[in-house]
Design a protein around this ligand. Structure first.
Ligand code: ATP
Ligand code: MN
Length: 477
């Protein structure tokens, strides 16, 4: 007999037919009702066991977490809370689960506890929902780009360029830590290392993606990224996935349009295709918010927030305007910001970004034209000589979700900037070549995939939206 998934059965027309399914026992009550889940949907299917049809030995082994194989008839449910159920005709225990030891009991567990059991937390309703939404989002990302004429590029994970400049890097080496060869200057001799030079894990695929954009026009990367930043926040991971589109002949305005259209499209996709999981996550958040003091509760539910982003335009504001708003804001005047805003030129902290988004504009915000001094060397210098064509997309609850820019396409200007920050031109010869041969206006951005999943699922901590989080002092599993 064909094996069906719970998702298939719950919306099937197999009423009164014999069906077969496998799954894990969520709960077993009254020695009669199994709530069975197989991960295909947030919903369990109720399987009703008749005493006579099953031996006492097997009955005892139906415990939370056990895997079972069930054959039975799909019928309309007698009980409340579900429309269909299965009258079990035969049941086989595939794998026992000792109820005294199984960590995932049918009760509320803290996210900290579940992180320590990341290999089992996927079996909870919340993590099942989050991971299915993550998968759908990931599909929606590829769908969007493929349907808009972008070519998918896999940029290298091991990089030999130390000019990416986006963060602290993890070294890649085959040297034994205490037996690395030393050169005449007393320094480690990397010419003898595997690649004959210093290499690291990538912090961004952008520079390589630019080479592809300057040949294929519209490209995107979607791959793992590594940053050895020792920041224990709810928004940073040491290993995360980044989406980086890069487009030739597109300026910063086009870049802002693209980021907005892209984000609203993928959110629209999950709103349409992950209804059950989002409804569950919405309820979960409402319950969680009830435990918070009134002032800290969010004004919108998760679903309202998602619809709000999809239905409204992002507000576009220059860095200079934003500084004015912040300088004159209540929290600034009342000295409520940890980092008070005095003058133009400072980098914005998460508290400022969240004030602009959550309190002032009450919608996603795109900030653009940042001071050159706080942004990367490859961003295009404006005619004022002090700002660059950078943009950050800021989201409620998260702060920065996208960082992007129009790239400097003028060889002389780029060379100057490289010199000023003290990078050796030789290091970037291939990057400079793009400006020598058929240079063109081009732009792109980086979007941290986990921050998108965080926003979509309403999970407060980024560690709870990636299967096995890597953070300082933590790489179990
Ligand atoms: P932040 O200021 O939040 O640390 P950033 O300025 O370092 O971000 P970029 O270098 O512009 O970020 O990277 C592009 C995007 O990658 C960010 O907008 C964010 O969505 C994501 N991102 C950056 N660092 C991390 C991290 N450590 N973990 C998860 N996502 C990240
Ligand atoms: Mn950072």
């Amino acid at each position: 007999m064909k094996t069906s998934s719970v998702a298939e059965l719950l919306q099937s027309d197999l009423l009164l037919q014999e069906v077969h399914l496998n799954g894990w026992v969520k709960t077993f009550r009254s020695n009669r009702f199994i709530a069975l889940n197989d991960g295909s949907t947030i919903h369990n299917i109720q399987c009703v066991v008749e005493f006579e049809k099953i031996d006492q030995e097997s009955l005892k082994r139906i415990t939370t977490g056990a895997s079972v194989s069930i054959t039975g008839t799909l019928v309309e449910s007698q009980g409340r809370g579900q429309s269909l159920e299965i009258q079990v005709s035969s049941l086989e225990i595939l794998g026992d689960s000792n109820p005294e030891e199984y960590p995932i009991q049918p009760k509320k567990h803290s996210f900290e506890f579940l992180r320590e059991n990341a290999h089992l937390r996927i079996r909870t309703n919340t993590f099942g929902a989050v991971m299915r939404v993550r998968s759908a989002l990931s599909f929606a990302v590829h769908k969007y780009f493929q349907e808009h004429g972008f070519t998918y590029v896999n940029t290298p994970i091991i990089t030999g360029s130390d000019a990416e400049g986006a963060g602290e890097m993890f070294r890649v080496s085959t040297f034994e830590p205490n037996k690395a060869p030393i050169d005449e200057k007393g320094e480690i001799d990397f010419t003898q290392d595997f690649f004959g030079k210093e290499t690291n894990l990538t912090v961004s695929g952008q520079l390589e993606a630019e080479t592809f954009a300057m040949a294929l026009g519209k490209v995107y990367t979607f791959g793992p990224t590594f940053r050895a930043e020792n920041s224990n926040t709810t928004r940073h991971l040491a290993e995360f996935w980044m989406i980086e589109p890069e487009v030739a002949f597109m300026d910063l305005d086009g870049n802002m349009d693209l980021s907005e259209d892209f984000i609203t499209s993928v959110l629209g996709y999950v709103l349409k295709n992950c209804k059950d999981d989002l409804a569950f996550l919405n309820q979960r958040l409402i319950q969680e918010e009830k435990g918070k003091p009134q002032a800290q509760r969010s004004e919108m539910s998760l679903l309202e927030k998602l619809h709000f982003v999809v239905d409204n335009n992002f507000k576009r504001v220059s860095y200079t305007e934003a500084i004015d708003i912040l300088r004159n804001s209540k929290p600034n005047k009342k000295k409520k910001f940890k980092f008070p805003i005095h003058e133009w030129g400072v980098d914005l902290q998460s508290e400022h970004e969240r004030f602009l988004v959550e309190k002032h504009f009450k919608c996603p915000v795109i900030l653009f034209d940042y001071p050159a001094s706080i942004k990367a060397f490859y961003m295009r210098l404006n005619d004022d000589g002090k700002t660059v064509r950078a943009m950050d997309v800021l989201f409620p609850g998260i702060g920065e979700i996208v960082g992007g820019s129009q790239r400097e396409e003028r060889l002389d200007v780029l060379k100057d900037k490289i010199k000023n920050i003290g990078i050796d031109e030789e290091e970037l010869w291939w990057y400079l070549d793009l400006r020598k041969y058929g240079t063109a206006v081009h732009s792109g951005f980086g979007l941290g995939f986990e921050r998108l999943v965080q926003f979509t699922t309403g999970m407060a901590n980024i560690r709870d939206v990636i299967p096995f989080p890597r953070t300082p002092q933590n790489a179990t599993f």
